[in-house]
Design a protein around this ligand. Sequence first.
Ligand SMILES: [Zn+2]
Length: 271
Amino acid sequence: MIKWLEEKQQDINYITIPEWQEEGIANLFTLRHSGNSEGVFASLNMALHVGDNAEDVINNRKKVLDICDLNFANLVCCEQVHSDSICIVDSAGRGKGATCFKEAIKGTDALITSIPNLPLATFYADCFPIYFYDKVHRVIAIAHSGWKGTIKDIGVKTVAKMISHFNCSVNDIQVFIGPGIQNCCFEINKGLAKEVLYKFPHFKGILLAREKGFLWDLPNTNRQALLKIGIKAENIIMCPLCTSCHTDKFFSYRKENGNTGRMAAIISLRY
Ligand SMILES: [Zn+2]
């Protein structure tokens, strides 16, 4: 059984899948402590677009990549616009957005690569990171899936692109749905709930009625969408931690009224 756990190197805590690491797949989801940023960004803010001091963010990124023995200069970032646009990253993408947000890959929310030592990064405060790893073809991907990305099927579309471009198979793809805002906290209005039911009519237990609206289980929705296209249940790993419940550990856009930092989801082939 594949499992996630929390690890610590130097003073940095992060969530990772050790089994992937053993197979040469560096992977982590950062938490919010032991960085250089101050104020609402304290202290391990990993995103350049939120108004934090760029130098602090770059130092945070360097520190995290350093403890994972990854090359910061190769870090690939994308703009993240809650779209279903997916980019296949080749060596020309090396370093895009590592030090400057304007240089990140535009209009994109998912990154795929088969090239070693090309760390792919996306940034989070409540939305869900979905990590993909095909161990046979040695292809990795990361998709930013908030509620908009979930409605647009970004996870399913990332798998489709791994298959069409790299000849991957749903039988070989392992998935990790990381921390995010869970159904304890993600309340939506009736209008959006109607849209969810229309989009996912046969999904089980994804909406829970409340007095005014509904609680929407985003990770479970993504999981069922991936099962539907043939990803094996035993190959989908879920992290149940809620970013909104645990602001001691995570940045939460909702809980902190939009005024906060971002965690990073990073994945890289080592060979
Ligand atoms: Zn919660």
